[in-house]
Design a protein around this ligand. Structure first.
Ligand SMILES: Nc1ncnc2c1ncn2[C@@H]1O[C@H](COP(=O)(O)OP(=O)(O)OP(=O)(O)O)[C@@H](O)[C@H]1O
Length: 222
């Protein structure tokens, strides 16, 4: 479970959000919405320990992330965190296998079985030796998801993961994120896409005035 307690973020005079008290449960997809510039990416970056909030606390599974020392931060990110970006964040001149191997090594896992299983789950079975630079956007995002599947993160932070995709690929990505949640991960998706939002169990909406509202449990057809 991820909790934020009285979380505030300001850059100089400008407050992005203030007094955020959120509880995000494992097994759930949470949509993070709000106008451009409302601080969705910044909130994900705080949850992922890439940025420090101005004040307040972030807790994950009984540990206060905001108080961790640098070594513990590195271990938390290595062992528990999965990030998914709009631009896929893959090594483009490497193969699919080489990209996924990074996550396998991090988990201390070896073997082709985990990799081929993950590739099968994302619909890229047998494509290990394909170069990432030759793949379509949807295929690249599925490689990024295969990398998450082998990493088995307990916290998945997705920043506009479908922003560059057509609807078919958007559906595939959301369904794979749903699978990660079903395996027990806490999944947060920053999105401008109403369809993606409606697939989530809950929506947290950041307002331009620096507050957040929970828009309740979404329709979430499964
Ligand atoms: N390091 C920084 N220093 C100063 N201002 C920053 C910094 N990082 C982000 N900002 C500002 O904070 C605001 C929120 O940015 P953020 O990217 O989190 O918004 P967002 O809701 O994700 O936007 P979008 O929907 O357009 O991606 C923006 O106005 C941005 O310019």
């Amino acid at each position: 479970m991820l909790e934020t307690r009285d979380l505030t973020m300001s850059y100089g005079e400008r407050t992005l959000w203030t007094g955020l008290d959120l509880t995000l449960k494992p097994g759930q997809l949470t949509a993070l919405t709000g106008p451009s510039g409302s601080g969705k990416s910044t909130l994900l970056n705080c949850m992922g320990l890439l940025e420090q909030p101005t004040s307040g606390e972030i807790w994950f599974d009984g540990r206060e992330l905001t108080r961790m020392r640098p070594g513990a931060v590195r271990r938390f990110r290595r062992d528990h965190l999965g990030y998914l970006f709009q631009n896929y964040a893959l090594v483009e001149n490497a193969t699919i296998a080489e990209n996924i191997d990074v996550a396998l090594k991090v988990r201390g896992r070896r073997g082709n079985a985990a990799m081929s299983d993950a590739l099968e789950r994302v619909g890229l079975a047998g494509r290990e030796d394909d170069r990432v630079s030759r793949l379509s956007g949807g295929e690249q995002q599925r490689v990024a998801l295969a990398r998450l599947i082998v990493k088995e993160p307990s916290l998945v932070l997705a920043d506009e993961p479908t922003g560059a995709l057509d609807h078919g690929n958007t559906e595939i990505v959301v369904s794979l994120l749903r699978n990660l949640a079903d395996s027990g991960a806490c999944v947060v998706i920053a999105t401008h896409d109403d369809w993606v939002r409606d697939q989530c169990d809950e929506t947290v909406s950041l307002e331009a005035r620096g507050t957040a509202s929970r828009v309740g449990v979404g329709a979430a057809p499964r």
